[in-house]
Design a protein around this ligand. Structure first.
Ligand SMILES: [Zn+2]
Length: 226
């Protein structure tokens, strides 16, 4: 559940859905932050903190923030990180969204129909979805190859990786920017945690998947260069 930063709603949602993963919209946290400071450096740090996918990266960014401004550090620390930081998302939702964009978009699109009778409102939504499907289909028709543009980009990024098999279904995979992770094909995890959080393989994991498909019959205890 992704909420705006509204205290009453947050309290009742925790009571009604105690087992759900609750999140705050980072855009609204940012808005509240502007009451304390409008400096761009704090804005960037907030987004860096939220975007970090591992606890180590998050803690490192928090420490940088503490050194820069202790008051702002204490303000950020008081907001439950489980609700806004990717590093603390448990991965059950398979969504790394930090913003409440989906609700805002729907809200904005049905603005003209919201105060209409229910049938008129539903008819407006039906027509909107019909047109939306057509415009999405136009984008699909322009796509080259069987994959989406995002997946195609990820595949080309994966081509720059180098991997080594290290036993028990694990691989050490290095990217072109000195980024290195452990991909576990048994537990379906990567130490960058992007795979766990989104359910979509990261480029490092994508590399191993490609190699496994290409070399299914070969000895994997080798260093592969794709
Ligand atoms: Zn990864």
């Amino acid at each position: 559940m992704l909420f705006t930063f509204c205290k009453g709603l947050v309290a009742s949602s925790w009571t009604l859905y105690p087992c759900a993963e609750h999140r705050f919209c980072l855009g609204h946290i940012h808005k509240n932050m502007k009451k304390i400071s409008r400096e761009k450096v704090f804005q960037d740090m907030l987004w860096n903190l939220a975007s970090a996918t591992t606890i180590q990266e998050f803690n490192h960014a928090m420490e940088e923030l503490r050194m820069l401004n202790n008051d702002f550090y204490e303000w950020v620390k008081a907001i439950r990180p489980q609700c806004w930081s990717r590093a603390h998302f448990i991965g059950r939702a398979h969504c790394d969204g930090l913003l409440n964009n989906l609700c805002e978009t729907i809200n904005n699109q049905i603005k003209k129909a919201r105060d209409q009778p229910i049938i008129t409102c539903l008819e407006y939504i039906r027509e909107y979805l019909m047109l939306r499907i057509v415009s999405v289909q136009k984008v699909i028709d322009k796509a080259v190859g069987p994959l989406t543009p995002t997946a195609t980009k990820k595949k080309s990024d994966a081509a720059q990786c180098v991997g080594k098999f290290c036993g028990n279904g694990k691989y050490q995979v290095s990217g072109p920017w000195m980024d290195q992770c452990v991909v576990n094909m048994v537990h379906h995890t990567c130490s960058c945690r992007r795979w766990e959080i989104t359910g979509i393989p990261c480029k490092l994991m994508g590399f191993i998947q490609t190699i496994l498909c290409m070399h299914a019959t070969l000895d994997l205890d080798l260093c592969f260069h794709y």
